[in-house]
Ligand binder design. Sequence first.
Ligand SMILES: Nc1nc2c(c(CN[C@H]3C=C[C@H](O)[C@@H]3O)cn2[C@@H]2O[C@H](COP(=O)(O)O)[C@@H](O)[C@H]2O)c(=O)[nH]1
Length: 365
Amino acid sequence: MSDDEVDHDLLDLLRKSLGIGGSDPSAPPETKVLQDAEYIYDNSIDVALDMRHTKLAAIDILKQMQEREYSTKTWSEHPLHPKAKDESTVNFIFTMDLLNFSFWSEKSEEERFAVSYKEKRWTGYWSLVAALQRALDEEIPITTPSFWVNEEECTEEVLKKVFRSETDEEIPMFQERAQCLREAGLILEEECDSSVATLIEDAKGSAADLVNLLAERFPCFRDEAKFEGKKVRFLKRAQIFVADLWAAFEGEGYGRFNDIDKITMFADYRVPQMLHSLGCISYCPPLESKIRRLETIEPGHSWELQIRGCSIWGIELLRREILKLDPDANVNAILIDFFLYDIAKEREQAGEEAIPHHRTRGIWY
Ligand SMILES: Nc1nc2c(c(CN[C@H]3C=C[C@H](O)[C@@H]3O)cn2[C@@H]2O[C@H](COP(=O)(O)O)[C@@H](O)[C@H]2O)c(=O)[nH]1
């Protein structure tokens, strides 16, 4: 059996249960996402990273982030993001990142699922944020975990109203989203007296531990796969939950973590597209033409895992190049990722040409 096939997690578990060896309890907590991303990158033959473009992109991104004074403060400046530095925002962010996946549509811009809120029409990620804000305005306690498990009040009809569309297309994966809320509500009720704040306190100020806690306790956050026979972790929504907390609270209070730089890029479908536009990532011809033909890639397919793993590793290389340019730059993988997502949306809004994002339907991103 080669080393790659050894299930190190199982070995760890065995050692712990036998009380021998095992991971050193005093070792700093790790999520293993970055090391799994590097493993995927080292074993990818259909997706590649380009160091020359990465170095060029680092110059441009550093300059733009400094010009925009891009920081955690930017998060709350988005019109739809909650501003209160209190538990209501903790609950909002948890609800949002429980459901922060798979907004893409096969329909046209005009026909796709869209939410009308504050005289604007929101699609994609922002349609989710708008739907939650609209529900709260309509006195539906959609961000309260105990509501999700109340079958008399939180009916399918109420959820349909929360996620009602301006068009004939309903929100993608409506049933899966309802299931995520119910499951998370039950687990929070059992383990944290329905309080997200308690869940955060259980991590004792460690971002990595909070990510691991979410993956351990909530199946719907357990974003893992098998790549070439080895278990790999992406944990995209668990990580973006921690990152959104950190940004919303500007590193204080519920957003205070002593190891926030352990959080990696979030392996979604938008930032890989941006990395391709920057020339940092490239696809083998059959994969590129599949993406350009808008054909779906099955969840767990090697191509999907290579795109996700190489994107995480690509942002790490970008981060290192930025810090070589300016060792004092206030930049980590989170802020680079947030910035690239925002730029990707600005470019899309401006009608700029870009390769389509890849299409994999699922609850992980
Ligand atoms: N890697 C990464 N993925 C992100 C975001 C965000 C929004 N984050 C906000 C918070 C801070 C930032 O400044 C943003 O304002 C959404 N997504 C993912 O993208 C997809 C939605 O795409 P579209 O359908 O086009 O809206 C979907 O998988 C969603 O989970 C991000 O930041 N990073």
